[in-house]
Design a protein around this ligand. Structure first.
Ligand code: CS2
Ligand code: MG
Length: 403
């Protein structure tokens, strides 16, 4: 089954998405997400200029061989651009395999290991009152797990707070990144206060998560983890930058609060030590940035050996094709933790039609053959690419800090 065409579509239906479409000689098409937020065109070029010409003429059925061919064949291994491009190819080929078999991809991965995939939504607010009403709104929608972020008093703008007009918290439009402010001393007493408020109001029957977005030093992270223990967080996410995997030993020495890491990882090597030394509890690599279904499953299998569960990244910058692919993996692996779910902003639904559903706090990929997402190229053409950047972050004295 020869691949006859592989093309890349960059569009902005609500936010930028890079979509790879692979077509076979029998007219079967597969779709993969190649979006790398804020660096979209680099992946589009990697695919268009380097991978698409290699795909034409290859056998679409040989997923593992194609993965190895693109990974080892590049010589320059890993990195977000390379691995996002390989991920898009991989997911598109799984999509094709499912369509040809007449089965949803999760059936090809071993079938459902559960009825549905627990997801967490995002509640946020400029004040704790706003956060609390957003939290209630999530409970009303059936969520069993909710991430909480609130503006830190004394800081102009804090990560993860959706503006009250319903728009997203990133990325900002414009030709330069928006600049946020951060100071850990302002944050460190506030986080326990935020958790205390939510637990007091809503009790312990709901999972509560929190994202630190790589901003703390390991010892600060240990301190926050310990201070939050009475409020039983489901996890704290990305407490400290994870380039230095051994830094997590220090956090572990100070707290039993579960730790989740991985949305910026693109390879199993980024988390080998974190997993094998049991320095984390949840691995949050994503299907679109960590080499697709093939490589993500390898990461989760390693994690399973060490009692580490999955918690895949599912922010809005991952297109519906990624979210669907993640759900097929989630449904079939033995060590699911939870799946992030942010949804997609209108008019994304004009471009992507999905078979997945989210109900009562649980998602299911649906039973359409393949990944269950159709991509309308004509509709995508109505929403041309718009240059956008992720924010950068500075301390109050102006020093560039981890965003
Ligand atoms: C975030 C993301 O969802 C998350 O946990 O950390 O929103 C992240 O900032 C974006 O995916 C960056 O593109
Ligand atoms: Mg995050």
């Amino acid at each position: 089954m020869k691949i006859t065409d592989a093309r890349v579509v960059v569009s902005c239906p609500g936010r930028n998405y890079v979509t790879l479409v692979i077509e076979t000689e029998d007219g079967v098409t597969g779709v993969g997400d190649a979006t790398l937020n804020g660096r979209e065109l680099a992946v589009a070029s990697y695919l268009e200029d380097h991978l698409c010409p290699l795909l034409k003429g290859r056998d679409a059925r040989r997923i593992e061989d194609t993965w190895q061919y693109l990974y080892k064949g590049a010589y320059w291994r890993r990195g977000p651009v390379t691995m996002t491009a390989i991920a898009a190819v991989d997911v598109a080929l799984w999509d094709i395999k499912g369509k040809v078999a007449g089965m949803p991809v999760y059936q090809l991965l071993g079938g459902a290991a559960r009825e549905g995939v627990m997801v967490y939504g995002h509640a946020s607010g400029d004040t704790l009152d706003e956060l609390s009403s957003d939290f209630q709104a999530h409970l009303d929608q059936g969520y069993k797990a909710v991430r909480i972020q609130a503006s830190v008093p004394g800081l102009d703008h804090t990560y993860g707070i959706a503006p009250s007009d319903g728009s997203v918290y990133e990325p900002a439009g414009g030709s330069r990144p928006q600049e946020d402010r951060w100071e850990t001393t302002a944050y460190i007493d506030f986080a326990p206060e935020m958790f205390a408020r939510i637990r007091k109001e809503f009790g312990y029957g709901v999972h509560v998560l929190h994202d630190l977005h790589h901003r703390l030093t390991p010892i600060e992270a240990g301190r926050i983890g310990r201070a939050l223990e009475p409020y039983r967080p489901f996890w704290i996410e990305d407490p400290t930058p994870a380039e230095d995997q051994s830094a997590f030993r220090l956090i572990r020495q100070h707290t039993t609060t579960p730790i989740a890491v991985g949305e910026v990882f693109n390879s199993i090597w980024d988390c080998q030590q974190l997993i094998t030394e049991r320095l984390i509890d949840y691995i949050r690599a994503s299907v679109s940035h960590a080499g697709g279904i093939t490589h993500l499953r390898r990461i989760f299998s390693l994690a399973d050996l060490y009692g580490v569960r999955s918690g895949s990244h599912g922010a809005g910058d991952l297109s519906p094709a990624s979210f669907a692919a993640a759900l097929h993996v989630d449904l079939s692996i033995p060590n699911l933790g939870i799946q992030e779910y942010m949804g997609h902003r209108s008019p994304a639904e004009e471009v992507f039609t999905s078979s997945y559903s989210v109900e009562d706090g649980h998602a299911h990929p649906g039973d359409a053959p393949g990944i269950g997402v159709e991509f309308d190229e004509e509709a995508a053409a109505r929403f041309p690419y718009e240059p956008r950047y992720l924010p950068i972050n500075r301390r109050l004295d102006g020093t560039v800090h981890d965003w």
